[in-house]
Design a protein around this ligand. Structure first.
Ligand SMILES: Cc1cc2nc3c(=O)[nH]c(=O)nc-3n(C[C@H](O)[C@H](O)[C@H](O)COP(=O)(O)O)c2cc1C
Length: 172
């Protein structure tokens, strides 16, 4: 597990290779094994593999989402706000679990923030995604995780860059 965390980086360039069905199945199992508050599992995951839909999702924000167009898969992570007031936490945990599971099997991923981001002057990124995917308003959109086989190599963050000063013993 630690070696996975040591090597993990955000990957935004992907090859043309499509993941096999067993790879997709592994990712589905991983997200569904995420912990959630009170075990409510308030989430819904939209696995998007249609290139035209990925291209439209890539325009969800003016910055920081364009690379989704090249990805083999985008997983839209949504939470049902009617079920819990901590859907943000639950969806964030599911998002990172998905990223780590994908990295563990040789895929590259990047988190695309949707919640609290804007599409344009009149529409939030969340509304844009909700309309595109026919999501009801109560299904809030936290993130899109872009996934594909890496077409870029990134060095791990060196141990010397870790901010150990942010860790405190017993009191701040
Ligand atoms: C909550 C969150 C939101 C993020 N949103 C975006 C995003 O919208 N677009 C993007 O390209 N990267 C996004 N990232 C990736 C970060 O930019 C990246 O994790 C950070 O720069 C550290 O780089 P690393 O993941 O390679 O260690 C996000 C990461 C997190 C945790």
């Amino acid at each position: 597990m630690l070696s996975l965390l040591q090597a993990r980086r955000s990957i935004r360039r992907y090859t043309q290779q499509r993941p096999d069905q067993d790879v997709i199945d592994t990712l589905k199992e991983a997200v569904l094994r995420s912990p959630s508050s009170r075990g409510l599992n308030p989430w819904e995951f939209v696995f998007v593999d249609q290139p035209d839909l990925l291209a439209q999702l890539a325009s969800a924000k003016p910055h920081g989402s364009a690379f989704l167009q090249q990805a083999a898969l985008g997983v839209v992570v949504c939470g049902d706000e009617r079920q819990t007031d901590v859907w943000v936490e639950d969806c964030s945990i599911a998002s990172i679990i998905l990223q780590l599971a994908a990295h563990a099997i040789g895929l590259g991923t990047c988190w695309i923030q949707i919640r609290n981001r804007t599409h344009n002057d009149t529409t939030s990124a969340e509304q844009y995604v909700q309309r595109l995917l026919h999501l009801p308003e109560y299904l809030r959109v936290e993130s899109i995780i872009s996934i594909g086989y890496p077409d870029e190599q990134k060095e791990p963050h060196p141990t010397s860059s870790l901010e150990y000063g942010k860790i405190h013993l017993n009191q701040y």
